[in-house]
Design a protein around this ligand. Structure first.
Ligand code: NZQ
Ligand code: ZN
Length: 393
């Protein structure tokens, strides 16, 4: 077991009608003027935006609005948001949406609270020293940005997708009403289920030491997500299943399922970020498309974890199999699951066909953003990234 710090300062307000508390939470945070930030229209259609405005007005909070965040959020809109927030002397940002809106809010928060170009923090040439405080009304269970330290932004002038991870950006509060998930398209629900699973799997598949309590929490979370993810595909308004997924989304990426570990693997995420940077695919679907290839590439170097995963998460109980076959059966079982919820397991199924040049470019970029190598299940280099991309075609 490794030493660790666990920092989860976000005030979670969970349950039916919880979004009505937005105004009082903003007042309690000491804010006076808010930037209301949202996506491409779902919060207008569902009435979440109107309810948020109503709650802020009742609480006597002024606000300005900036919608238009797209999945794989753009740096150009972040720059617009920074200008708007500075001009209007905004002292708090409310993100109404999911990972993309929250990440865009975090980037705007960095841009307002620090001098210079915000993109430097994503290129990691400078470190931010602060972020405007952020509150969230969550409308999709997926990325876990509502409690995470991470913000992932794409420079839309060139498709370069980068992350900036600091504790300054962890939201002050996150409002989570599972009923707000009922309107999610089936595909987005499945993308979210995949991403939630993957945030814990990235921490779980490690060659380093771990702790039993964390492993057991991780396995319980993954089993719960697998079960709830299936329920909501046929019963999208099942409150309890939506609630399990919503809470799992936060716990899977707030650090809890990595305590005592070595920081995790995160190669699948890095491979996927290059895919969604270049081809603008949904993050969760990209993860499903690459994971099996990564797993088959590394499992022999991390066999005991893959065996444990097969037994304790994918419920493989055949005692006649060799350890290697159990590990492979676990990988196949998760790929079958991805298919059952409508996720791809190859790039072709994802709908992308990168050229040889593009595969090389993604592998090169993946190595570059990670200082040459990445991985805990197995340490991988540029040629390995390329081999995995090829396997995933
Ligand atoms: O834009 P609108 O109209 O709101 O539509 C969104 C969007 O098209 C829609 N949606 C959201 N809530 C809805 C809804 N539609 C109907 N009803 C609702 N209640 O869903 C679509 C996807 O939204 P998005 O925010 O993009 O999804 P997600 O939460 O999966 O975020 C993905 C982004 O987060 C990044 C990903 O790379 C990607 O850019 N990640 C962020 C992380 C973090 N900050 O910690 C970690 C992750 O690993 C990930 O990299
Ligand atoms: Zn993710």
């Amino acid at each position: 077991m490794n030493d660790f710090e666990y920092y989860a300062p976000t005030h979670v307000v969970f349950g039916r009608h919880s979004e009505e508390k937005l105004g009082e939470l903003v007042v309690a945070a000491g804010a006076h003027k808010v930037l209301l930030h949202y996506g491409s229209g779902s919060v207008k259609r569902t009435g979440v935006l109107d309810r948020a405005k109503q709650s802020l007005s009742v609480a006597g909070i002024e606000y300005v609005e900036l919608g238009g965040v797209v999945p794989n959020p753009h740096l150009s809109l972040v720059r617009k948001g920074i200008e708007l927030a500075c001009t209007n002397k905004v002292d708090f940002i409310v993100a109404l949406g999911g990972g993309s809106v929250i990440d865009s809010a975090k980037a705007i928060g960095y841009g307002v609270a620090n001098k210079g170009d915000v993109w430097d923090f994503y290129l990691r040439t400078r470190k931010p020293t602060a972020c405007l405080p952020i509150g969230v009304v969550l409308t999709i269970s997926a990325a876990g940005s509502e409690m995470s330290n991470s913000s992932v932004i794409t420079d839309d002038s060139c498709g370069d997708k980068r992350s900036c991870n600091t504790n300054f950006a962890r939201p002050i509060f996150a409002i989570m009403n599972p009923e707000l998930l009922y309107t999610l398209p089936e595909y987005q629900t499945a993308c979210g289920t995949t991403d939630i699973l993957m945030h814990t799997m990235e921490r779980y598949f490690t060659s380093g030491s771990t702790m039993e309590l964390t492993d057991s929490l991780a396995e319980a979370l993954m089993r719960t997500v697998l079960d709830a993810g299936l329920i909501v595909t046929s019963d999208p308004t099942n409150y309890d299943a939506r609630a399990e997924l919503m809470w799992a989304s936060s716990l899977s990426h707030n650090g809890l399922t990595g305590c005592g570990g070595d920081g995790g693997d995160f190669v699948s995420h890095n491979l996927e970020h290059q895919m969604s940077g270049m081809f603008d695919v949904a993050h969760g679907a990209g993860l499903a498309a690459i994971w099996g290839s990564w797993a088959r590439y590394v499992y022999k170097d991390c066999l005991s974890r893959f065996v444990r995963f097969a037994h304790n998460v994918m419920r493989i109980s055949d005692t006649t199999l060799s350890e290697e076959d159990i590990a492979l059966a676990g990988i196949c079982a998760l790929e079958d699951y991805f298919h059952r919820i409508g996720m791809p397991i190859t790039m072709k199924e994802l709908g992308i066909t990168p050229t040889n040049k593009q595969l090389h470019e993604m592998a090169r970029q993946c190595a570059k953003v990670n200082g040459g190598s990445k991985g805990s299940a197995k340490l991988l280099y540029e040629q390995d990234f390329l081999a995995i991309y090829r396997m995933a075609l």
